[in-house]
Unconditional design. Structure first.
Length: 338
């Protein structure tokens, strides 16, 4: 029988302020009907062994819809969200931007038809805090209009100069859950002043203006309790390059989530964002002792630990759970089974 007490780390270690939600570390984008259906089945299959989604699936209404068939594409997305194949209820959508004539129609279709099950709504091309506030208000008004009681989380895409300048104000908005960096649009906004190499897997980590943007977005998210989501790697067949980029995003830039644009990228991203086994083992031992001590300071391998380090190791443990790593039965039952 477990010796752990009933006090959960979330209660013991964190206050009542805004705290980042525990989202899957990979956000996979699919645009065409064939890729949407294939990705939905893959999401169900990959989550089967751990009993939850190990990646989110975003159905793309912005870039995925055939010209002239945008309404039908939105209806298809709603159908897939409501489908029995959406086993884990972790399917969101990317709608058109707030200035686009399709924006309101996208919201009407998705929220009317699938508002109870859509995991989140991603809004691209935010030009600043006004766009973000308008998007949040439109989404919440639509859900009220269609009798959807749950609040629908909003994700935003930072890809303009003004949005980057106002990123902390955007992150502070109630209703926002995650911010992502739009690499290629951001580079293009510089009107040729940045080389095309700044969009590459290597250049996006070395060009100072791009690196600054990534750091500011991550910092704003952490300050406001949002999930920072890293941009794509377009060299989708180069898994070694992808792995290196994902590790940099996670270990050096503070991102806790990353976009995928090809199914083969998903397991690479999940692995890169997974904590190493030795750190998970340490987290298990440290948090066990912390609970026994009712979260008072403890010593582990001749090192003092208190609530500050407990919070770090809780995040390690939570990341291990999110990425499907095996955990001891008592830890799994006490911390992750409601």
């Amino acid at each position: 029988m477990s010796t752990l007490t009933a006090i959960h780390p979330r209660q013991a270690l964190f206050g009542t302020g805004r705290r980042a939600p525990a989202l899957p570390v990979c956000d996979h984008y699919a645009g065409s009907e064939a890729l949407m259906r294939k990705s939905l089945l893959l999401q169900a299959q990959m989550g089967h062994s751990v009993g939850r989604a190990v990646f989110d699936l975003t159905l793309d209404l912005e870039d995925g819809a055939p010209v002239g068939a945008e309404q039908e594409h939105a209806q298809l997305a709603a159908e897939l969200i409501n489908s029995p194949d959406n086993v884990w209820r972790r399917v969101g959508v990317r709608v058109h931007d707030v200035q686009h004539p399709r924006f309101e129609e996208d919201l009407e279709t998705i929220i009317h038809r699938a508002g109870q099950r859509v995991a989140y709504i991603m809004v691209p091309k935010l030009s600043g805090v006004r766009d973000a506030a308008r998007a949040i208000e439109a989404i919440q008004n639509a859900r009220r209009r269609h009798g959807v009681e749950r609040r629908i989380p909003v994700h935003g895409l930072i890809e303009t100069h003004r949005a980057l300048q106002q990123v902390q104000s955007i992150a502070d908005l109630a209703g926002m859950e995650s911010l992502s960096f739009g690499l290629m649009d951001f580079v293009s906004e510089h009107r040729g002043a940045l080389p095309a190499s700044a969009m590459s897997a290597k250049g996006q980590f070395t060009h100072p203006l791009v690196l600054r943007a990534k750091l500011e977005i991550a910092a704003a998210c952490h300050a406001s309790g949002l999930v920072p989501s890293h941009c794509v790697v377009t060299e989708f067949k180069d898994m070694r390059t992808l792995a290196a980029a994902a590790e940099k995003a996670c270990q050096e830039l503070g991102y806790t989530r990353m976009w995928s644009i090809h199914p083969a990228q998903i397991p690479v991203i999940v692995e890169a964002f997974s904590p190493v086994a030795a750190e998970v083992d340490d987290a298990v031992d440290i948090l066990r002792e912390a609970q026994k001590a009712h979260w008072a300071p403890t010593s582990y391998r001749d090192t003092l630990h208190d609530r500050a380090s407990y919070r770090h190791y809780w995040h390690v443990l939570e990341r291990a759970w999110l990425t499907g790593q095996p955990l001891p039965e008592d830890i799994q039952a006490t911390f992750f089974v409601s």
